[in-house]
Design a protein around this ligand. Structure first.
Ligand SMILES: [Zn+2]
Length: 270
């Protein structure tokens, strides 16, 4: 069997502190193209996706898949569907979120495209319905915001969940992956190194949060200030979400308790 055509991408013109150079929107297929994530309808983004599809020899865009429902990944989905008549898919857990979805998917589902198929890997953490898409013939994993090409992703509670996030990272280690194709930033050619780095990073942050609590710090802003010294101050309000996510995980682990807006270490049980 011929190997599937390479996956192409169009980076949307929505650069920023969280979106890096912009959202990477991926195109799969030959005559009929499947698009993964559509960041926005403005700024000629829809035209650029259609042009890319045509340059791949695509005669039509037949399907749109979404990694998750944050606006920088689904903001242009309905506009692309309207322009092309493509069928729009969404995580089963998010069905109805946009309105106008044609199908939904969940863990383990195989979604065919022209030239191959992708398997859905449910990866909650950044967003509870987040899905990665695995192309087994190419061994490429489209990671959305679960793993970025550079820096780390944000875990915003209450929908974002740190324990889920770490589990969703560990889950990827069992896949046979050649490349990670992230929602933001460059392609990752050392997938397992990156996944391990991401897991280690969260373990390191959790230890740092525990250390701060041990030293008597009690509030999210102060703990963030203390441990996010490697992060630009403009991102500290976002980093506070991740600190909160760590604290919620530690509460669930029975290592921390909360009183009002203050957090305290629980004595270790023998
Ligand atoms: Zn994003």
């Amino acid at each position: 069997m011929a190997s599937p055509p390479d996956i192409r991408h169009v980076t949307a013109s929505n650069p920023g502190l969280l979106t890096l150079e912009g959202t990477n929107q991926y195109l799969l297929g030959k005559d009929e193209i499947t698009v993964v994530d559509v960041a926005l309808s403005a700024g000629g983004n829809i035209d650029r996706i259609i042009e890319q599809a045509e340059s791949m020899g695509g005669k039509k865009i037949e399907k749109i898949l979404l990694t998750h429902i944050h606006s920088d990944h689904c903001g242009g989905a309905l506009a692309l569907k309207k322009r092309t008549g493509a069928k729009l898919g969404i995580s089963r857990r998010r069905r109805g979120y946009l309105g106008g979805e044609d199908f939904s998917y969940d863990e383990g589902d195989e979604i065919p495209y022209d030239g191959g198929s992708v398997t859905v890997v449910h990866t909650p953490g950044h967003e509870s319905g987040h899905c990665c898409f695995y192309e087994p013939a190419l061994k490429d994993l489209l990671t959305g915001d679960h793993i970025l090409g550079r820096g780390t992703t944000v875990i915003p509670p209450p929908d974002g969940d740190m324990a889920d996030y770490i589990r969703s990272l560990e889950k990827l280690l069992s896949l046979d992956i050649r490349r990670l194709l992230p929602g933001h930033g460059p392609v990752v050619t050392d997938p397992y190194g990156k996944i391990r780095e991401y897991i280690d990073h969260r373990v390191m942050r959790e230890r740092a949060v525990l250390r701060c609590l041990g030293e008597g710090e009690q509030t999210i802003p102060v703990i963030t200030e203390r441990i996010y010294t490697d992060t630009p101050a403009a991102l500290h309000h976002v980093a506070q979400w991740s600190v909160e996510a760590h604290l919620l995980k530690l509460i669930a682990d029975k290592k921390v308790r909360r009183e009002g807006g203050r957090y305290f270490l629980l004595p270790e049980r023998a």
